[in-house]
Design a protein around this ligand. Structure first.
Ligand SMILES: NC(=O)c1ccc[n+]([C@@H]2O[C@H](COP(=O)([O-])OP(=O)(O)OC[C@H]3O[C@@H](n4cnc5c(N)ncnc54)[C@H](OP(=O)(O)O)[C@@H]3O)[C@@H](O)[C@H]2O)c1
Length: 330
């Protein structure tokens, strides 16, 4: 009798788990936090420094946080866009945030020498920073053997070294204050090997290495480290993506018919993950989340599946357009 009950329990658990994977747009832990975890409102009054806040995922996360009364440092290169996002944040907060509670901080993250002075300026403005959200970054579309070494280096400069440098400055600050949180926008490409983006995929894997090491070192020391891993999302990133050639931009635009997560939904999930201090959160439209689970926990099955569908079909899942990969290879 007991064994039958355990058997039925395991079976029901398995079915619920599989159904959840088919229905959810994020990993199971994040889905549970969304329904039963800490509300984003617990961050009210805290100060979040967001890089890449002038568009896309950074902008949308800023708006969600502002709705919940989080004070913001909005950092990126385009001052005009940051001012636009600031106005949207103030409006979204419905009077909870005042002009002084959202600081526009123009900065080029590739200028590592400017980081300390700019971070200190923001910390002085708010009398301390609670969360550093490293979100700025650029993607890539290129075939492995066509990528110039200089592109690997340029991409790492923004996606990895600027993040590591700013994080180091924030960690010194958190050590003095006794607590803090680092969040980073990685990608599904930080978890699995996606095709036609070797430098980008490597940069996001490198971020996982740095941040997993940092989290281990800071365990029990009131410093949380959260890796956010979105899949395809409606933003400007294709325009700005690196290719294999130095100085070249991919320049494609996302189409409204593409299969991607909206920026708003991605921003909402990022804010939930930050509020709940998750270690690593995946967010993507179907069927990418089941693929990430397969890749992580059942690599042999994933390998067989990849052989059957081929890299172009995988690329199509990412960019909703198989032809882009074909064009690029020719
Ligand atoms: N969209 C997706 O499908 C997707 C999927 C997975 C992960 N991600 C990740 O999400 C993050 C945000 O990308 P997104 O999709 O939101 O793209 P996006 O709309 O192009 O936003 C990129 C942001 O990074 C900033 N940025 C770029 N270079 C910079 C520099 N040198 N200094 C300072 N800021 C810089 C841009 O601002 P300025 O131009 O004003 O400087 C912009 O605010 C990236 O890390 C990306 O890898 C995106």
């Amino acid at each position: 009798m007991l064994w039958s009950l355990i058997g039925i329990g395991v079976f029901v658990y398995g079915v619920v788990y599989l159904l959840a994977l088919l229905l959810l747009d994020c990993d199971l832990e994040l889905a549970i936090y969304e329904r039963f975890g800490k509300s984003i409102g617990r961050l009210k009054g805290k100060v979040c420094f967001i890089t890449g806040a002038s568009s896309g995922i950074g902008e949308q996360t800023a708006i969600v946080l502002a709705r919940h009364g989080v004070k913001l440092v909005l950092a990126a290169r385009r001052r005009g866009e940051l001012e636009r996002v600031k106005r949207a944040c103030l409006e979204e907060s419905k009077g909870v945030l005042q002009d002084n509670d959202v600081l526009v901080l123009p900065m080029d993250l590739c200028d590592l020498n400017s980081h300390k002075a700019l971070f200190d300026r923001a910390a002085r403005h708010f009398n301390g920073i609670d969360i550093l959200f490293n979100n700025a970054g650029r993607s890539q579309r290129a075939v492995f053997e066509n990528i110039e070494m200089s592109v690997h280096k340029e991409l790492f400069e923004l996606n990895v070294f600027s993040v590591v440098n700013l994080t180091k400055i924030a960690i010194d600050h958190f050590n003095q204050r006794g607590s803090g949180q680092i969040a980073v926008t990685s990608s599904i490409a930080g978890v699995m090997g996606v095709p036609y983006s070797a430098s980008y995929t490597a940069s996001k894997h490198a971020i996982h290495g740095f941040m997993n090491c940092l989290r281990t070192e800071k365990t029990g020391k009131h410093i949380a480290v959260t890796l956010l891993c979105p899949g395809p999302t409606f933003t400007n990133f294709l325009q700005e993506s690196f290719t294999g050639k130095s100085g070249e931009k991919y320049g494609e635009t996302v189409q409204s018919t593409d299969k991607r997560m909206t920026g708003q939904r991605c921003g909402q999930l990022c804010a939930i993950a930050i509020a709940n201090k998750t270690k690593e959160s995946w967010m993507a439209v179907f069927p990418l989340i089941p693929f990430v689970y397969l890749y992580t926990y059942f690599p042999t099955i994933y390998g067989i599946m990849l052989k059957m569908v081929g890299p172009e079909k995988m690329f199509k899942l990412r960019d909703s357009n198989e032809k882009l990969a074909e064009d690029y290879k020719n």
